[in-house]
Write a protein that binds this ligand. Structure first.
Ligand code: SAM
Ligand code: SF4
Length: 324
């Protein structure tokens, strides 16, 4: 089987696919207040195209696909699609990143679809601040969604918190307690100032500073797992309590050397780096189910995967559009 290895020797075995540009929230760091102008349905990849894409990626050696958005669970039929995908390609590990608001409805179906891992975004435990950061969200729905996911038996559930100075940096202890109580793993994420006008660079807190901010200071020791190969996440264990935490340093840490991921937008465009300005359209090949053409295009495109995002970053882009 041909592997997707780029010119810098990186094995690209992990792909994030956005299934929709739509979202039921308008998080302040991700979208403008009025939301983004939605694409027409005809511009979005149909499930059969996504399934075909996954089969081609699988042939190229990809073993893990994360579905994201926008909010993936607002797209109708996602759970059935994931069940189908799992039946057809049980060797592909599927993962989902969600704001958690619809998990109450879909957690059981996701467990039946054998979802391998679930990331739930939760930036604050304060209902007022939650409504403020998401603009449209209700925290109770997310908390009951997290509980529904655990109850459904979903594995590898992580809570992802974007840490923003002056907003939620005082809540680390409370979030750790909450994650422990709910039996999920907390990961603190460096804020990427992607969108002009909402929280600026001053709100950024580096991974190193986050580590210093953890309650119980020196007790946190780096774990062996979550090596460079797992991307930007680093894991720490508290020697005193046995608790774990992840810190995702997508901005400050140059994990590019070990970057194993590709991204595909909801419109079927390939992006070889989160910060690269170029997107490679694949939709025509997906619509024609042109297997060989698609393989050739992907293999050609990964040659241009930048060595490091510092080389290519051009400006501010929104995660909801890129498929974060
Ligand atoms: N709607 C889903 C969700 O919120 O989990 C999936 C899509 S969202 C774009 C994926 C992740 O990107 C979320 O965890 C969100 O917090 C993160 N994100 C969005 N904008 C960000 C930013 N400017 N800096 C850091 N993380 C960001
Ligand atoms: Fe929606 Fe996720 Fe962006 Fe929030 S971070 S606006 S939930 S896509």
């Amino acid at each position: 089987m041909a592997g997707l290895t780029d010119d810098f020797g990186r094995d690209l075995n992990y792909v994030r696919i956005s299934v929709t540009d739509r979202c039921n929230y308008r998080c302040r760091y991700c979208m403008p207040p009025g939301g983004v102008e939605y694409l027409d349905h005809s511009e979005i990849m149909r499930y059969e195209e996504i399934s075909f894409l996954c089969s081609v990626l699988r042939e190229l050696g990809v073993r893990k696909v994360r579905f994201t958005g926008g909010e993936p669970l607002v797209r109708k039929g996602l759970v059935n699609f994931l069940k189908e995908l799992n039946r057809e390609y049980p060797d592909i590990k599927t993962a989902l990143t969600t704001n958690g608001s619809l998990l109450g409805e879909y957690a059981e179906g996701l467990a039946e679809a054998n979802l391998h891992s679930l990331n739930i975004s939760l930036d604050t435990l304060d209902p007022v601040k939650f409504a403020e950061v998401t603009r449209l969200g209700e925290i109770d729905r997310v908390i009951s969604g997290i509980r529904a996911a655990v109850k459904a038996g979903l594995k590898n559930i992580k809570l992802n918190t974007v840490l923003i100075r002056g907003f939620n940096d005082g809540e680390i202890g409370a979030l750790l307690d909450f994650a422990k109580k709910e039996k999920v793993l907390l990961r603190l994420i460096e804020f990427m100032p992607l969108e002009d006008g909402v929280w600026s660079e001053d709100a950024f807190i580096s991974g190193e500073e986050i580590l210093r901010m953890l309650p119980d200071g020196d007790a946190w020791k780096a774990e062996k797992r979550g090596s460079e190969l797992s991307g930007p996440a680093k894991y720490y264990t508290n020697e005193r309590t046995g608790d774990s935490i992840g810190i995702i340093t997508a901005v400050s840490n140059h994990f590019c050397k070990y970057c194993n991921r590709l991204r595909v937008s909801a419109t079927g465009k390939l992006r070889t780096c989160l910060f690269a300005p170029d997107e490679i359209p694949m939709r025509h090949l997906l619509l024609d189910a042109d297997r060989e053409g698609l393989k050739k295009l992907i293999l050609e495109s990964i040659k241009d995967k930048p060595r490091c995002w510092n080389d290519v970053r051009t400006g501010h882009q929104q995660m909801s559009g890129i498929g974060g």
